[in-house]
Design a protein around this ligand. Structure first.
Ligand code: ADP
Ligand code: MG
Length: 237
C-alpha cells in the first residue's frame, strides 16, 4: 500500500495508489450529487455513511461531522487549533497501520481535507465490507457462544496492538456470513496502548450499547445479558 498526496481543486488528498481507484477527478468519489453516488445507500445514525459500487469495488464514503450539541452549531467544521483536527488523514493512517498489522478493519482508499477559513472540511473513502453491523444481526438471531468468544478475542487483539477505540458499540462491530468480525468507525481513535482500567471502560461502553438496544427493541433483539460475560471475559483476559 503506497500513499500519494495529491492537490486537486481546494482539496488535499491522501490516496492509496494500489487501490486502483485511478479515477480523475478524485472529487467524483465524494460528489453526493454526481453520477457515482446516485444510487448510494445511506447508513448509520447520522446518515453520513454512503455505500456505493464503483467498478469492481464497493466503497463507503463518509463526510466528517461533529456529534452532540457542537455538531448542530459547527456542523462539519474542525478548527485547525483544536487537537485532532485532521480527522480524515488520522483515520486513514490508523486504518492503514491496522491493515498492515493484520487487524480486521476496512482498507482506506482516499482521504481528503480542505481549508475553510481557520477550519477543515473532510471526507474519507474506505472499503465496504460484505458484513452487517451487530444491530442488524441481533434482530435476526442471537450470537452463538463461539461467536461471543471470538468477538471478545478480536477486541483483545486490538488492545494488544495498542488501539484505543473510543466509540466501541454494536453498530461499529460487523459480522460476515463466515463468522468473521470486523471493527469500523475509527474517527478520533488512537494508538495509546490502553491499560486494564481503560480496557474495562471500553468494554463497559460496549455493554451499555447492547443493553440500550435491548431496552429499545425488547423481544426484537436476540440478546441475553448474562451472555455478555463471555465477550468480556475473553476481551479482558
Ligand atoms: N466499511 C464498512 N463496511 C460495511 N458497512 C459499513 C462500513 N462502514 C460503515 N458501515 C455501516 O454504516 C454504519 C455507519 O457508519 P459509521 O462509520 O459507523 O458512521 P457513524 O457511526 O458516524 O454514523 C455502520 O454502523 C455500518 O452499518
Ligand atoms: Mg458508527
Amino acid at each position: 500500500m503506497d500513499i500519494r498526496t495529491v492537490k486537486e481543486g481546494d482539496y488535499l488528498y491522501l490516496v492509496d495508489t494500489q487501490s486502483d481507484l485511478a479515477h480523475t477527478p478524485l472529487s467524483a468519489f465524494f460528489d453526493q450529487h454526481g453520477l457515482l453516488l446516485q444510487n448510494a445507500e445511506r447508513k448509520g445514525g447520522r446518515g453520513e455513511a454512503l455505500i456505493y459500487q464503483t467498478g469492481t469495488k464497493k466503497v463507503v464514503m463518509r463526510h466528517y461531522r461533529r456529534g452532540g450539541l457542537a455538531g448542530h452549531l459547527l456542523k462539519d467544521r474542525f478548527f485547525l487549533i483544536e487537537p485532532h483536527a485532521h480527522r480524515a488523514f488520522d483515520e486513514f493512517r490508523l486504518l492503514r497501520y491496522m491493515v498492515k498489522e493484520g487487524l480486521p478493519v476496512p482498507s482506506p482508499f482516499i482521504a481528503r481535507e480542505k481549508k475553510a477559513g481557520c477550519a477543515l472540511i473532510q471526507d474519507i473513502l474506505i472499503e465496504a465490507l460484505d458484513a452487517e453491523d451487530l444491530s442488524y444481526v441481533l434482530r435476526k438471531r442471537a450470537l452463538s457462544q463461539i461467536e461471543m468468544l471470538r468477538l471478545g478475542g478480536m477486541i483483545k487483539a486490538f488492545f494488544e496492538h495498542g488501539i484505543e477505540h473510543t466509540d466501541l458499540n454494536i453498530r461499529n462491530i460487523l459480522l460476515d456470513d463466515h463468522g468473521n468480525f470486523f471493527l469500523i468507525d475509527f474517527d478520533k481513535c488512537f494508538l495509546s496502548y490502553p491499560d486494564m482500567q481503560r480496557r474495562k471502560e471500553i468494554i463497559a461502553r460496549l455493554h451499555r450499547s447492547f443493553l440500550k438496544e435491548k431496552n429499545k427493541y425488547a423481544d426484537a433483539i436476540h440478546y441475553k445479558d448474562e451472555d455478555f460475560a463471555l465477550i468480556q471475559g475473553r476481551a479482558l483476559s
